[in-house]
Structure formats: structure tokens, C-alpha cells
Design a protein around this ligand. Structure first.
Ligand code: FAS
Ligand code: PHB
Length: 393
């Protein structure tokens, strides 16, 4: 007989979506249990996003976990675009009155875990074989294995926050969900190095040799990316080659400012655009990467998880406070309306900046025209800026 416990909201996944949802629910007096397949060290060790929209910052403030973010986060009023070594700036503050904050997803995760474990409720680490049951009923159930025993978690609602490879989306019958996908024919090789950034703002570079991005985590820790082939292996990218390519692709002025040093993390990630719709099935609600993936060029992945969580938390609070399920009924449509706009922006940034067309093709000329129009037009730069800082929730 499996040990059974009960909660109001069963959350699968202790990534940013699951942790932020759990914290916000607690702020509104709603209990949850988080089932996480990995351990705390693994989850806190993942290196991922770096740029927070103001909407995400506001949610961290609502969650009461924004103190370190405000102390250590770097406010950025713009970014640079370098086209074949020639830079121009997109002035977020001047064009939209808004900015973004550079603060690693790793730190967001640590802040939320600390808050969770300070008394909000349990995170079940190493929860294996999480399975969803009776999600179309009023009494859904989660089963899983942990410490050698089978356990069950009865709940009113399930939040599928288990990322792209999780168990929640695949549990939805194929005839109840539509999948939209574009896989890009290249990857990103990312490095983390304890060297000062080459610029005080991010630089997105479009170059014949390939895309590059200069980012950071602090004034002493840099994060860089170069476009690479999908089948590249890490050992084909020794640090020296990464630094050489960054200097060539970012342009002479940035190259002169690059401080090289040993990478403390190096990884290759594929790029895809992906949406599963609807983001709900019965009492299962998908949030974050479980429902959608964007290429990281637009810095939207983590920020979309945040807006999903905002809509879902508000809907669950209405259910428990007023008995109204109107917002739960509208959750998927409201979340997807923002998701699709971020998918468009991320696709636009990716196809504009990466080396993916035959140089003699019509498409290559369109790409150059797009970049030259962006360099010269305040209207184009305003459109980019309002998407980058984050469209309204
Ligand atoms: P996550 O994938 O972060 O978290 C899901 C959690 O669920 C994980 O802890 C996982 O262990 C757990 N889980 C999975 N299956 C489970 C199961 N069956 N049972 C229990 N638990 C399960 N976004 C950006 O904005 N900028 C970037 O630069 C950027 N870089 C990225 C690099 C990589 C390699 C990847 C994979 C993603 C990157 N992203 C980036 C996107 C990323 O930041 C996501 O948008 C963000 O992590 C989404 O958070 P979650 O939806 O919580 O999903
Ligand atoms: C990062 O710092 O990891 C980062 C920043 C901006 C992006 C993608 C990644 O678009």
C-alpha cells in the first residue's frame, strides 16, 4: 500500500517555474508540494538564463525573494548589436522607459529554494517515475518513487513545471494537444569564466563566421556564447578556440576589451522553437518549458515561465478565495497570447542574427536588410526594445 499525502497544488519540477509558483501560492495562503527528480546540488548547479524582464523582477518582489536580486543584479538600459564588427546600440530606457536586470537563473533558483525550505513546504528531491493520474477528475493524483518506496500525492490541481523533457506534457492524450515546432540547424556553445565582461552591456553579434553573444553574471564573471554546428563536440572547442572566435565575431573594439581565462563551465545547447497548446488538460496546468521553448537569442525562456506562473497563480488564488474558475478556464489562452509574441520575437532575433543562409541567397540579403533597417530606424529599434524588456502581462 503506497504512503499517501495530500496538498492543494501538486507541482512537478523545482526549476524557476515550479519554485516561483510554489512561493507565490504560499504568499496567498495556498499549500503545495514540489516533486523534483534531481537533487538540490544538481538543480542549483544548472547554468542557464541571465536576463530578467521587469515583470519577473516584480514577481520576485511579490514573492518576497528580491533582496539579493536588487543588491547583486545589474540594471541594463540597453544592448549593442554588432553587424560584421560594426556596433550600434538599442536604448531600452530611452525608447521604452524600461530596463532589464542581469541576474543568473542559477541565483534565482537558489533564492527561491532558500525561501521554500525556510518553512513554505516540502521539496521532494530525487522523486523518480512521477506519474499523473485522474487529471480529468476533481481528485487528481501524483504517484512517484522515493527512497525505495512508492508514494502518492493527492491534490486539487497539478502544475506541470517539469521542463521540456518532463512527464506532464506527454501525459496529455495526443488528440487533446497540438505541437508547433521549429528546430534550428545550429547550436550555442556557452562558456562561463571568472573574467571581467568585455562591455558594460550585452553585445549580440552577427558575423560571417557565425553569431556570438557577450553577456555576464557580475562585474567579475562573464558568460559568452558562439554559434556552433549541431554535431560539434565540446573537445572540438578548446578555450583558446572559443576566445579566438569571440574576438573575430564581436568586432575589434569589443575584442580589445576581452579578458580571456579558463572556462569554469562549457556546454553546447540545441536551439528550438516549440509550443504545446492548450497548456491545460483537466486539472493539469502546464507552465514554463513544459509547454514552450524559445531559442535563447531573445532571453525569453525564463521570463515566459514567469508570466505563465503569474497567470496560473492568479487563477488558483481566485479558485480558492472566491470559488470562481473563470481565470482557470482562461489560463491557457491568456498564457499562450504572450507566449506566441515571445516566440515570434525569439524567432526574429535568431533568424536575423545567426549565420544560416547561403551568402548568395535571397534570404541572406533579407537578413542584411533587416539588420541595416534596425541600425537606422528608431521605429524598428523601439519595436525590438519593447519586446526585449518584456511585453505587458
Ligand atoms: P526547467 O527545465 O528549468 O525546470 C524543470 C525542472 O523539472 C527541472 O529541475 C527538472 O529536473 C525537473 N523535472 C523534469 N522532469 C521531471 C520529472 N519527470 N519529475 C520530476 N521533476 C522533473 N533561457 C533564457 O532566457 N536565456 C538563456 O540563456 C537560456 N539558456 C538555456 C540553456 C539551456 C542548456 C537550457 C536547457 C535552457 C536555457 N534557457 C534559457 C531556458 C531556461 O532558462 C528555461 O526557460 C527555464 O529553465 C524554464 O524554467 P522551467 O520551466 O522551470 O523548466
Ligand atoms: C545569458 O547571459 O546567459 C544570456 C543573455 C541573453 C540571452 C541569452 C543568454 O539572449
Amino acid at each position: 500500500m503506497a504512503a499517501q499525502s495530500r496538498t492543494q497544488v501538486g507541482i512537478i519540477g523545482a526549476g524557476p517555474a515550479g519554485l516561483l509558483l510554489a512561493r507565490l501560492l504560499k504568499v496567498h495562503g495556498i499549500d503545495s508540494v514540489i516533486l523534483e527528480q534531481r537533487d538540490r546540488t544538481y538543480v542549483e548547479g544548472r547554468i542557464r538564463a541571465g536576463v530578467l524582464e521587469q515583470g519577473m523582477v516584480a514577481l520576485m518582489e511579490e514573492a518576497g525573494v528580491a533582496d539579493r536580486l536588487h543588491r547583486e543584479g545589474l540594471v541594463h538600459d540597453g544592448v549593442e548589436i554588432a553587424v560584421r564588427g560594426r556596433p550600434f546600440r538599442i536604448d531600452f530606457r530611452g525608447l521604452t522607459g524600461k530596463a532589464v536586470v542581469v541576474y543568473g537563473q542559477t541565483e534565482v533558483t537558489k533564492d527561491l529554494i532558500t525561501a521554500r525550505l525556510a518553512g513554505d513546504g516540502p521539496i521532494v528531491w530525487n522523486a523518480d517515475d512521477v506519474a499523473l493520474h485522474d487529471v480529468e477528475s476533481a481528485r487528481p493524483l501524483l504517484s512517484y518513487h522515493c527512497e525505495g518506496e512508492r508514494r502518492e500525492l493527492a491534490c486539487d490541481f497539478i502544475a506541470g513545471c517539469d521542463g521540456f523533457h518532463g512527464a506532464s506534457r506527454p501525459s496529455i492524450p495526443a488528440d487533446k494537444i497540438a505541437i508547433y515546432e521549429r528546430v534550428y540547424p545550429f547550436g550555442w556553445l556557452g562558456i562561463l569564466a571568472d573574467v571581467p565582461p568585455c562591455s558594460h552591456e550585452l553585445i549580440y553579434a552577427s558575423h560571417e563566421r557565425g553569431f556570438a553573444l557577450a553577456s555576464m553574471r557580475s562585474h567579475t564573471r562573464s558568460r559568452y556564447y558562439v554559434q556552433c554546428n549541431l554535431d560539434d563536440e565540446l573537445d572540438a572547442w578548446p578555450d583558446a578556440r572559443v576566445w579566438d572566435e569571440l574576438k573575430l565575431r564581436l568586432g575589434e573594439r569589443a575584442a580589445a576589451q576581452i579578458t580571456t581565462g579558463p572556462s569554469i563551465e562549457k556546454s553546447i545547447a540545441p536551439l528550438r522553437s516549440f509550443v504545446a497548446a492548450p497548456m491545460r488538460h483537466g486539472r493539469l496546468f502546464l507552465a514554463g518549458d513544459a509547454a514552450h521553448i524559445v531559442p535563447p537569442t531573445g532571453a525569453k525562456g525564463l521570463n515566459l515561465a514567469a508570466s505563465d506562473v503569474h497567470y496560473l497563480c492568479r487563477a488558483l488564488v481566485a479558485h480558492y478565495r472566491t470559488g470562481s474558475d473563470a481565470l482557470l478556464e482562461r489560463y491557457s489562452d491568456m498564457a499562450l497570447a504572450r507566449v506566441w509574441k515571445a516566440e515570434r520575437f525569439s524567432w526574429w532575433m535568431t533568424t536575423m542574427l545567426h549565420n544560416l543562409y547561403d551568402p548568395t541567397s535571397f534570404e541572406a540579403q533579407m537578413q542584411l536588410a533587416e539588420l541595416e533597417y534596425l541600425a537606422a530606424s528608431q521605429a524598428a529599434q523601439t519595436a525590438m526594445a519593447e519586446n526585449y524588456v518584456g511585453l505587458p502581462y
